[in-house]
Design a protein around this ligand. Sequence first.
Ligand code: AMP
Length: 280
Amino acid sequence: MRIFHRAEDLKAYRSTLTKQNRSMGFVPTMGALHEAHLALAQRAMAENDVAVVSIFINPTQFNNAEDLEKYPRRFEEDRLALEQAGVEVIFYPEVEEIYGQEVQPEPIDLRGLDEGMEGRHRPGHFPGVATVIKRFFEIIAPDRAYFGQKDYQQLRVIEHMTKALGFDTVIVGCPTQRLANGLAMSSRNYRLSTEGIAKAAIIYQQISWAAQHCQQYRPAELKEAIEQAFAQSDLQLEYVEIADPESMQPLQDFDQARHARIFMAAFCEGVRLIDNDKLF
Ligand code: AMP
């Protein structure tokens, strides 16, 4: 297994692969890996000659200093898990390697995909995400890059950025991996107690309820019922939104919609959790 800390070294390695006509799959992560990350890595390995997994806690996508500080960090465990999974390459750069002295997002037009939901509640989050992925693509020039649908808005933002900036990389969206109780796997789950993990099951329960009842109720009615369910729970709902998965704009009505998706963010034991799923 190779571990690269420097962009230049990884770039040189990438050039060698290109000369040998070998493809590269890329899985960007912020570490504290779990099975969902490993599923992305497995897919990257299966569909490419070489898979590279980056571990980089991207400071520009955090709008909250405490959230950044408390983000779990466990490189040694991550390295071992990737090695056992058979991943060939890890990219583990310092912040300076990616940003130099200017730790700031670049202005990238995200066509309003970044306005609602996560973008509204985490100002600056998506410009930070788009910037770091752009820089990684410039270094790695991956043939394919793998992203989870758990962060659906992020996936849409990256798809747009990739096209708009003319990268050749194919963006592969992968299904959300869940625990047995339905809770979406997340590095943030490491910060929850066993009780918290059990209580947080309400998030996916409510998403599933909405999927089963979207023929009967309007979006506003579904959202209100979900707000009430959370008001009686131990979690604090930050938002629930129903949106068109293409434009990411909120849907007032299902009548004209070809597709609809539900999105939520909620706090459990002070930890911010997000999830989403297809309604139809
Ligand atoms: P993160 O380390 O949280 O930035 O996530 C790295 C990648 O893993 C992103 O593309 C995420 O969408 C994806 N990911 C994280 N959790 C899940 C999950 N439960 N199911 C599928 N993909 C996930």
